[in-house]
Design a protein around this ligand. Sequence first.
Ligand code: ADP
Ligand code: MG
Length: 399
Amino acid sequence: MTATASAQTDARDLFTELTGAVPAGSWSAPGRVNLIGEHTDYNDGFVVPFAIDARTVAAVGVRDDRRIRVISTFDPVPVEVALADLDGLFPAHRDEIVEWARYPLGVAWALQDAARAAGRDPRSLGGVDIALASAVPVGAGLSSSAAIEGATATALNDVWGLELSPVALARAGRRAENDAVGAPTGIMDQMASMLGRADAGIFLDCRSLEAEVVDLGFTRAGLEVLVVDTRVSHAHSTGGYGERRAACERGARIMGVPALRDLTPADLDRARELMDDVTFRRVRHVVTEDQRVLDAVRLLRAEGPRSIGGLLDASHASMRDDFEISTPELDLAVDTARTAGAVGARMTGGGFGGAAIALVDHARVAEVAAAVEAAFAAAGFGAPHVFTVHPSDGAHRDR
Ligand code: ADP
Ligand code: MG
């Protein structure tokens, strides 16, 4: 049984334990991997994430009152509040809710607000019980947070008859994460989790939120995506993220543009003259990364997935040298995978730890994984978690 199939059984069993009844239905949403486009999202730029074959499942039933109760395999204690109290809880009093429950309750809060904005009387939305189980590992850079948001949002959209679009549900997930949880993230993860397609990526313009499905063709080309989770998370990651965002805003201000998205590589000579070296290198990463995303989409369409290896490698070098968010573990994973025959490799996610990905021929996966594990052992690093992921469908109703 796959991990997602177990999560499906677990969510339904948990629902029955909680309520003594069978759920009215179950919905699920996947985690994601970012193929290319790092730290471009909050600069209004471009990204190509894909949804993965590991999902979070929400088993849901309606209640005859106006209360919402959530439970997760993470925590034996359910959390229950009146739907009418959600507006009072978020964002000001979110600390009263245990952190994990802010994700599903925050989604309910955001959707209640979206329903109101669409002219629905929120008092017409009935109470629900939601049981959650996940096959997406937490904190491995695969966005278990977008998966729990997407599963909850898709379920409530159906149960409440909201008829919101996948993009509107992605926005509700982001609002939950930003305002109900308090994590200042972009919308890439939620868009990937909502819009993913088998063997395809989502080419996303983070300014307009226009999204195009891009055929990745990994399966046809005999390629796999290997994830190397270094299991290292550096304590300064939050500070480092804020510092990078500030540098990007400073760079855009100096260049007189609303966001770094509005610059092209041809502007970099002028940028170098106008700003200090550190700010310039932060700007150069974002501007060249946006260009690499555009190049990757063009190459995927024209020549297929083997042609993007060099762009993955260049993306990693830019994050290592210009944006300075890589770590010795991530560099070793990337260098070793490439030497062992990967088509291309890069760190993925926010940096300062987390995971790297490598695009690898199916026949070489075991060899590359073994080489990375051996290199980590030789360097005295902790054992990484190495596994493959497959581009998969976005959020949907399972049954
Ligand atoms: P990730 O990189 O995995 O998205 P985050 O810190 O953004 O890491 O989100 C992880 C958090 O999301 C968990 O600590 C937990 O609070 C919440 N979460 C994710 N999946 C579940 C789940 N199935 N049940 C309860 N909480 C979950
Ligand atoms: Mg997350």
